[in-house]
Design a protein around this ligand. Structure first.
Ligand code: PAF
Length: 284
């Protein structure tokens, strides 16, 4: 069955009132790829009905970022949602989400200022603001976010805990191309040569993960060796960060135990991120 498409808050409220049983929600900015579709299938397994939002949120883009050129592919997205068994698509305009210039917005706090938040100041404030608005409008039982955006997922979990938002937040695994490149809506900006350079991100993570037994320094050294080569490629990878952090707080981790190795860099003007979970030190 084709999903019901709603564009206004009144239409959404009416469609929400018709939902029987539990509702799982996958917020997106569109330009859907297999990574989004796997979240939708996960949503399908988690609840009686599935809602998806498609909204390119201006608040989470900084000056000079790609808000204007962010791919908008609504017809293909709606088709893909239908194939993934989505029941309801909420596709608001900017005026529906922000009828007035917002005065009250969320502040992501210190955790939103490190790692990706340091590379993109204000990004997490805008992201959390729209996610909270969407959760308030859609009122799902469960909301599903991709693990590729590991800090985003951690920030949303923290917002839900700190603000007592009545929703269960679940992560969905990163989907990769056969050669390891993490799927991202921004991959479509890459030239063939740029895609070759971008592969260094997942290869660096893999090299880092293989060195995990030898501890944090070995992980960073192994990953940096791969990234160093990509920095000399044509086009080059300009590294934004390579960090080992705690998955919940994004504070640096150096001692034995679980950690997230997160990397971000730019190929031309395309900002790409990736991460892997690993276990530092020898297993006892
Ligand atoms: O991950 C995304 O696509 C966006 O950050 C989200 C969660 C839909 C909020 O705009």
């Amino acid at each position: 069955m084709k999903p019901v498409i709603v564009r206004t808050r009144n239409e959404l409220a009416a469609a929400r009132a018709r939902v029987e049983g539990t509702l799982a929600f996958v917020p997106t900015m569109g330009a859907l790829h297999e990574g989004h579709l796997s979240l939708m299938r996960q949503a399908r397994r988690s609840a009686d009905s599935v809602a998806v939002s498609i909204f390119v949120n201006p608040l989470q883009f900084g000056p000079g970022e790609d808000f204007d050129r962010y791919p908008r592919t609504f017809d293909a997205d709606a088709e893909a949602c239908a194939g993934a068994g989505v029941d309801l698509i909420f596709a608001p305009t900017r005026d529906v989400m922000y009828p007035e210039e917002p005065q009250v917005t969320l502040k992501s706090g210190p955790m939103g200022e490190v790692v990706e938040g340091a590379a993109r100041p204000g990004h997490f404030d805008g992201m959390l603001t729209v996610v909270l608005k969407l959760l308030n409008l859609v009122r799902p039982d469960v909301a599903i976010f991709g693990e590729k955006d590991a800090q985003q997922l951690a920030m949303i979990r923290r917002m839900v805990a700190d603000l007592n938002v009545p929703v269960r937040v679940v992560g969905g695994p990163t989907v990769r191309e056969p050669d390891g490149l993490a799927l991202s809506s921004r991959n479509r900006y890459l030239s063939q040569a740029g895609r070759g350079t971008a592969l260094a991100l997942s290869r660096a993570l893999q090299a880092g993960a293989e060195a995990a037994e030898d501890g944090a320094d070995a992980v960073i050294a192994a990953a940096s060796a791969v990234l160093g080569k990509a920095a000399a490629a044509d086009p080059p990878l300009v590294l934004d960060y390579l960090v080992l952090v705690d998955q919940a707080t994004f504070a640096p981790v150096a001692s034995a135990g679980p950690a997230v190795l997160a990397v971000a860099g730019r190929v031309g003007s395309t900002h790409l991120i990736d991460n892997v979970h690993l276990q530092l030190g020898k297993e006892h």
